[in-house]
Design a protein around this ligand. Structure first.
Ligand code: NAD
Ligand code: USQ
Length: 384
């Protein structure tokens, strides 16, 4: 199949492009390099050195003999988006290309507005491009488990059978997200579902949990193929950060008591889930939702797992939670859709965590220590 990967320079987009190319698909990547600009703004680069996108693509051709096409530009530029979709003529578009940090979206009004404009407008341009150029294209969109928040009922895969005053309907699952970033994903989901309903598009919304890990079978083939690995308090995700803090000899920063529970997924499963979604498209008119996570842990449990794996002393520090989130809650997520398509999950293991200790150990001199502690506060986002 011909697959266009939007956000192909990012943490997940790049290894996904390689995985799809490795499996025999014709792949193109698109990116505006916004993520590399946030690095400059935040003074924290990827812990693992990464090559620029043209160099990575050339290295992949050298290693595998396979070509990846490149589109450099912004999804918010509708003309550019249309021309990329027209030129590459994909069967499937995998959409990772958004501002994806909750703390970044909560820095201040400018960052909240940027996040929602970038994400919602880029996605809307894409929906129009698909509808006008080829409505048969399957959109595989990265959503997030954080769209649902932490409701006191089981979390279904996107849809809920509701009975109210004796009548029944199948409704989009109610959403209670926890940041302006997570809200942008809710807006995207609603826009995509509407586009499927009115224009008969086909889409899969992948509500992914927090990703951990840094290597896939393809990125490990050559250092020039490495994907980024964020450690700072704005872009670093929880398990990756705890591994890095353990290696640096810094306390693991558990926000609050750590009773908040999240769905997790190994980066090797992310790329495989995308392949499964691409190769098994939704039907025309269908808005299909999968919960893309393989297990769930509380933040305190994640800290304990990392501390127990590390061959040395590790301190766990409970910080005042800079976010507004439920300190403890019910969390039971249905995530059978991708397993039914054939996903065989890599569950969190000591071996994986130990391999991350080695990657971090080799690059720890690249850490800017000033960027480890959280500085963005949800309640500090408005000027008093
Ligand atoms: P990332 O920031 O590393 O990659 C996103 C890429 O998209 C970047 O290279 C960026 O430059 C590009 N981009 C952003 N806006 C763009 C625009 N307007 N036009 C063109 N390119 C643009 O993020 P990631 O961690 O790879 O996440 C990818 C997707 O997966 C995001 O949509 C995110 O919400 C979702 N997701 C990530 C995680 C996680 O733990 N990393 C978990 C769940 C969902
Ligand atoms: N946390 C800590 N200590 C830290 C960092 C985080 O206790 O040092 C806690 C947070 O309070 C939160 C949890 O860990 O409760 C997860 O935080 P995170 O920063 O790892 O993840 P989150 O902000 O939710 O965002 C990440 C990605 C985002 C994706 C989301 C999936 O950045 O793109 O959408 O994971 S989910 O969480 O399922 O919504």
């Amino acid at each position: 199949m011909r697959v266009l990967v939007l956000g192909g320079d990012g943490y997940l987009g790049w290894p996904t492009a390689l995985h799809l190319s490795d499996k025999g698909h014709e792949v193109a990547v698109l990116d505006n390099y916004a993520r590399r600009k946030y690095d400059v703004e935040l003074e924290a680069e990827s812990l693992v050195p990464i090559e620029d996108l043209p160099t990575r693509i050339a290295a992949w051709e050298e290693v595998s003999g396979k070509k990846i096409a490149l589109f450099e530009g912004d999804l918010c530029d509708a003309e550019f988006t249309y021309s990329a979709v027209r030129d590459f003529a994909p069967d499937s578009i995998v959409h990772f290309a958004e501002q994806r940090s909750a703390p970044y979206s909560m820095i201040d009004r400018d960052h909240a507005v940027y996040t929602q404009q970038n994400n919602v407008v880029g996605n809307l341009n894409l929906l129009y491009a698909i509808a006008e150029i080829n409505p048969d294209i399957h959109l595989v969109k990265l959503g997030t488990m954080g769209e649902y928040g932490t409701p006191n009922i089981d979390i279904e895969e996107g849809w809920l059978e509701v009975e109210h005053n004796g009548r029944k309907d199948r409704m989009l699952y109610p959403k209670k997200p926890g940041s302006f970033y997570h809200l942008s994903k809710v807006h995207d989901s609603h826009n995509i579902e509407f586009a499927c309903r009115i224009w008969d598009l086909r889409a899969t919304d992948l509500n992914q949990g927090v990703v951990y890990g840094q290597q896939t079978a393809q990125t490990a083939l050559d250092p020039r193929l490495a994907t980024r690995f964020d450690y700072d308090a704005v872009f670093g995700t929880v398990l990756n950060r705890f591994v890095i803090q353990a290696v640096l000899g810094q306390p693991l920063t558990v926000y609050g008591k750590g009773g908040q529970t999240r769905g997790l997924i190994d980066v090797r499963d992310t790329v495989e889930c995308i392949r499964l979604a691409v190769e098994n498209p939704a039907d025309r008119g269908e808005f299909r939702v999968f919960n893309q996570m393989t297990e769930s842990y509380s933040v305190a449990q994640i800290a304990e797992i990392v501390a127990n794996c590390f061959p040395g002393p590790v301190q766990i520090e409970n910080l005042d939670n800079p976010r507004v989130e439920q300190p403890e809650h019910y969390y039971n997520v249905i995530h059978t859709g991708l397993v039914e398509l054939g996903l065989q999950p890599h569950l969190l293991s000591d071996t994986l965590i130990e391999s991350m200790f080695d990657i971090v150990g080799a690059n720890k001199h690249r850490v800017n220590d000033d960027r480890m502690r959280p500085t963005v506060r949800w309640r500090g986002a408005i000027k008093s």
